[in-house]
Structures are given as structure tokens and as C-alpha cells.
Design a protein around this ligand. Structure first.
Ligand code: CTP
Length: 398
């Protein structure tokens, strides 16, 4: 399986803020994007080719006349799901507006039929120049994105508009752009994330180490790909995702109620939350004093996934199986049993021993389907796994 919607061409043009695109590249990689950097010759005066090669882990094409037999500008334009030009000089925007193609990057821009995102960064006078503004207007009229530069201190020491914006602003623009071309459009996806907390008293609880990262990655990937997403999040410190309806819950019972209420409207349900299997039988309304806290009697929580499965219509249901210190064979056997007993269509098995997965942006494990398919997921970003699971959903829907 290959993650769809993930290939980005990152064009770098000749501005001092080219170094800020190193951070942008890293942030995009954290989200599971695969990046080919295409710097212009003049930009290499600011950040060299080796930096881009090391950061992207890929060859860095700069010249139209290398590997001509592979027609690099056409193959790069076709393989990309989006093209970001950051920083974008007034010059590259003028060329794009006029249809001039005199180097590799401008040829790619001219050949591309995917979203183009320009991230201008330049001195205020150049940004405000009537020619630049006319070109920006023209690019926008043609459906391309031009991110508004920030205001603040510029390289010359002047203060004004023209600063390279925060990476997050560029990523928001990319997300919104890709959403409108997305392959999950029309699907309603319900996701649980985080770890539930079961009150012992008003101060203490039984909980687990789940950070919610996998569930949030799923929600982000699904919204970018055009789905309607509802996230039931338990105790995650992560920020809400724009466009995702997020319901914050604390305990397993609250999570169950929130999911049950929304289950019938969902086409896909993904249970990535770590649900506490038990809760204190009688949570105390007042803080229990240390001397009385010698034992906690427990009662079982409902298995939310099993309960949801009982109401299953056409929903595709995906679960997670976390194990520790088991052999791969044993782990897969346990995961297969969970898949069957919980009425799931897909389960992702991962060994969470030693805190290796909780709290991390990366994961590794095995995807199993009810039809007996098995896909290994070698160490990679949780966002990439999220996209692979969503690809599977699409395959299942035909
Ligand atoms: N799950 C659930 N309700 C529970 C416990 C787990 O819906 N009370 C879901 C989880 O969200 C996950 C899947 O079931 O998708 C497997 O969870 P896991 O903790 O691996 O398994 P358990 O069923 O809790 O079994 P065990 O703790 O014995 O491994």
C-alpha cells in the first residue's frame, strides 16, 4: 500500500528566508508527507543542495538538463499532490503569472495541474509594488493559493509586511487546499482518541499513557481528505483540529455515550482510544484520606467497541490492539481474536512495550483485516499509518 495524497514538491526560490523552509519541510514530514525539494539556482546561495538532500532524504533536482530522458519537470508535476513554493519571490510569481518557464521549478509550475501554493516573502516595497500585487491577484484568480505574508521585522531592519509566515499557517493552507480535492468526500468518520480516566475520588483517577496522537492523526488525515469528522477525545493535551467536531470526554462511560449517540450517522468508526477496562466501583464524592486508601474495589467497564458492533449496519469499523512483551505470532493471534470478538473489519496491532509508541509521533505494527489480509507497517509517522488505514477504508468501499 502506498499513501495517497502525500507527495509534495517544495520549490525554494532565492530569498533569505529560504532557511525557514527547513522547518516547514520537517513539519510536513511529521505529518507524513513525502517531499521532493526543487531549489532554484539563486536560492542555493542561501541554503545549499546538501541541506535539502539531508533533510528530505531524497535527490534534489535543480536542473532541467539533467536526466532529460526522464523528462523531470513533467514527472515531478505529475507525481505531486500539491506544490508549495516557499519562499516565493516576486520574480517567481511574475513568471508563473506570465507563463514563463526558464528553469526546472518554473517548468514544473507550468506543467502542474495540482494545487499551487505560493508563500511570498520579500521586502514591503516589493510586496506592495503594483506589478507584484497584480500578479498575486492573477494567480489567485486562476485558483492558486497565495498565502498572506506576515508583518514584522524584515531582514533590512525595517518593519512591515513581507515576512515569511509561520509553518503552521502554510500547513493550514495546504490542508484546506487538499480538502477540496479529497477522496473521502461524502464520508462521515467517527474517531475515538486518547485515554479514559476513571475517578477514584475528585482528585485521583485510574488512567493510561495514551496521548491521543494516533486518533488526532486520523482525524487530521480524514478531514484533509474531505471526510466529515467527529472526534471523541479523552484527556488529550493536543489542540482541536480546525473543521473537526471534537467532543471532549473523561471516562469510558462518557466516551461510550458520546460514541453511541453518533454511531448511526457514521460510515466509518475508528476506535483508537485506550479505554480503561475497569473503573472504581464506588467513586468517592470527597477526597479519600491516605489512611483509608488501602484498596480500591473495581468494576468492569463496558467494551465500547463490542457494544457499538451490536448496532452495526454498513459501518466499517477499525480497532487497535495494544500488547506488550509478546512474540509477533502471539500478538497477531491476540489481535485476530480481538478483531473477531469485537466485530471489527480491520485491526492495527502494535507492541507498546517500554513506552515506545505512547506519546510518540511514530508507530510500527501490523494491519489485519477480517478477510485475512496482513500488511506490515514498518516504523513511520502516525500520520502515514492514518492514511494507510483510510486507504483501506476506500478499498473496502470499492
Ligand atoms: N476497547 C473498547 N472498550 C474497552 C476496551 C477497549 O472499545 N473497554 C477498544 C479499544 O479502543 C481498541 C480495542 O478495543 O480499539 C482493543 O483494545 P485493547 O486495550 O488492545 O484490548 P482490550 O479489549 O482492552 O483487551 P486486553 O486489555 O485484555 O488486551
Amino acid at each position: 500500500m502506498y499513501p495517497r495524497g502525500r507527495e509534495i514538491v517544495l520549490g525554494i526560490t532565492g530569498g533569505i528566508s529560504a532557511y525557514k523552509s527547513c522547518d516547514l519541510l520537517r513539519r510536513l514530514q511529521d505529518l507524513g508527507f513525502l517531499i521532493t525539494v526543487v531549489p532554484t539556482q539563486s536560492s542555493l546561495n542561501f541554503v545549499g543542495r546538501s541541506t535539502w538532500e539531508a533533510l528530505s532524504g531524497r535527490q534534489v533536482p535543480t536542473d532541467l538538463w539533467n536526466n532529460v530522458h526522464q523528462v523531470p519537470h513533467i514527472s515531478l508535476a505529475k507525481s505531486a499532490d500539491a506544490i508549495i513554493i516557499a519562499p516565493a519571490t516576486a520574480d517567481v510569481m511574475a513568471k508563473a503569472a506570465a507563463g514563463i518557464a526558464d528553469d526546472l521549478l518554473t517548468n514544473i509550475i507550468l506543467a502542474a495541474s495540482v494545487p499551487l501554493i505560493f508563500v511570498p516573502a520579500m521586502h514591503t516595497e516589493m510586496w506592495n509594488n503594483a506589478a507584484t500585487q497584480a500578479n498575486v491577484q492573477l494567480l489567485r484568480t486562476r485558483g492558486h493559493q497565495v498565502v498572506e505574508p506576515d508583518s514584522g521585522k524584515l531582514t533590512s531592519g525595517d518593519v512591515g509586511v513581507g515576512r515569511y509566515p509561520q509553518s503552521s499557517k502554510i500547513i493550514d493552507c495546504l490542508s484546506a487546499t487538499m480538502r477540496s480535492r479529497a477522496d473521502l468526500h461524502g464520508l462521515s468518520i467517527l474517531i475515538s482518541a486518547g485515554g479514559t480516566r476513571e475517578a477514584i475520588d475528585p482528585v485521583r483517577y485510574i488512567g493510561n499513557h495514551s496521548s491521543g496522537r494516533q486518533g488526532y492523526a486520523l482525524a487530521y488525515a480524514a478531514i484533509v481528505r474531505g471526510a466529515k469528522v467527529t472526534l471523541v477525545a479523552a484527556n488529550s493535551a493536543l489542540a482541536d483540529i480546525e473543521g473537526v467536531e471534537t467532543i471532549h470526554v473523561t471516562s469510558a462511560l462518557e466516551m461510550q455515550a458520546a460514541l453511541m449517540e453518533r454511531f448511526d450517522q457514521a460510515d466509518v468508526v475508528i476506535m483508537s482510544a485506550a479505554v480503561a477496562d475497569v473503573r472504581p466501583a464506588n467513586a468517592s464524592a470527597a477526597k479519600i484520606s491516605k489512611s483509608d486508601l488501602t484498596a480500591i474495589s473495581l468494576t468492569e467497564n463496558p467494551d465500547i467497541t463490542k457494544e457499538l458492533s451490536k448496532r452495526k449496519g454498513n459501518q466499517i469499523m477499525i480497532g487497535f490492539a495494544a500488547q506488550t512483551a509478546v512474540s509477533l505470532d502471539e500478538g497477531l493471534k491476540l489481535a485476530t481474536t480481538k478483531l473477531q470478538e469485537k466485530g471489527l473489519d480491520v485491526i492495527y496491532f502494535n507492541d507498546v512495550s517500554g513506552g515506545a509508541i505512547f506519546g510518540s509521533d511514530r508507530t510500527q505494527g501490523v494491519i489485519l483485516t477480517a478477510q485475512g489480509q496482513k500488511y506490515e507497517f514498518a516504523d513511520g509517522p502516525k500520520m502515514t499509518l492514518a492514511n494507510k488505514l483510510l486507504d483501506l477504508v476506500l478499498d473496502k468501499l470499492g
